[in-house]
Design a protein around this ligand. Structure first.
Ligand code: E4P
Length: 217
């Protein structure tokens, strides 16, 4: 399973990248807004730091303008994946941009039917949003499982990029189902290391170590 970081915060990406766990980055207009940075500048910095795919999202809503924006974003670096929304126009843009050899991430996927269309339109990645489905009392992980089954049935090569990750459980379950990639906020990726029994065990070891009166250094 590949890990993408869902942020445009350079320092957060750098810390995770230094640990060797970053296979790519996803951004979206909200994350660019949150960073307070210029989209072209911050995306270029991310691409210089991370070798893997960096998703940068178009903001036009009609296919011709999406295609033009996508071409401009793709010029930033060779590891750009142009992100387009899962609309009819977004699928047209996906078809054109992927035909030109660009990686395309089709985002805002909320149904298996949408995911089929993304694969047929040549998407490199499809991004089903787990958390936002959970938010409306549907099961986002069920959608990941459905897409996995369908893509396997027909040998679709589009990678399932589990997005809108809110918890460590989302990551573990998406991995069990067979999502190809998860993209998660830095805080969720960091919290994967946490377990109360690890903290409790470490505290006991430290207490016993103090009693020995020894030092390693
Ligand atoms: C994915 O590419 C999106 O940027 C992201 O996962 C959306 O997550 P959210 O629902 O927490 O905003």
């Amino acid at each position: 399973m590949k890990f993408f970081v869902d942020t445009a915060d350079i320092e957060a990406i750098r810390e995770l990248h230094d640990l060797g766990i970053v296979d790519g980055v996803t951004t979206n207009p909200s994350l660019i807004q949150k960073s307070g940075r210029d989209i072209l500048e911050v995306t270029k910095e991310i691409c210089d730091l991370v070798e893997g795919p960096v998703s940068a999202e178009v903001v036009a809503t009609k296919a011709p303008a999406m295609i033009e924006e996508g071409r401009k974003l793709a010029q930033i670096a060779s590891n750009i994946a142009v992100k387009v929304p899962l609309t009819w126009d977004g699928l047209k843009a996906c078809k054109t941009l992927s035909g030109e050899g660009h990686m395309v991430n089709v985002t805002l996927c909320f149904s298996a039917a949408q995911a089929i269309l993304a694969a047929k339109a040549g998407a490199t990645f499809v991004s089903p949003f787990i958390g936002r489905l959970d938010d409306i009392n549907l099961d986002g992980l069920d959608l990941i499982a459905d897409i996995r089954t369908i893509y396997n049935n027909y040998d679709f090569r589009t990678e399932i990029l589990a997005a809108s990750i809110r918890s460590v459980n989302h990551i573990s379950e998406a991995a069990k189902i067979g999502a190809d990639v998860v993209t998660a906020p830095p805080a969720v990726l960091q919290s994967m290391a946490a377990h109360p029994l690890t903290d409790k065990g470490l505290a006991a070891f430290m207490a016993d170590w103090q009693k020995t009166g020894q030092k390693i250094l």
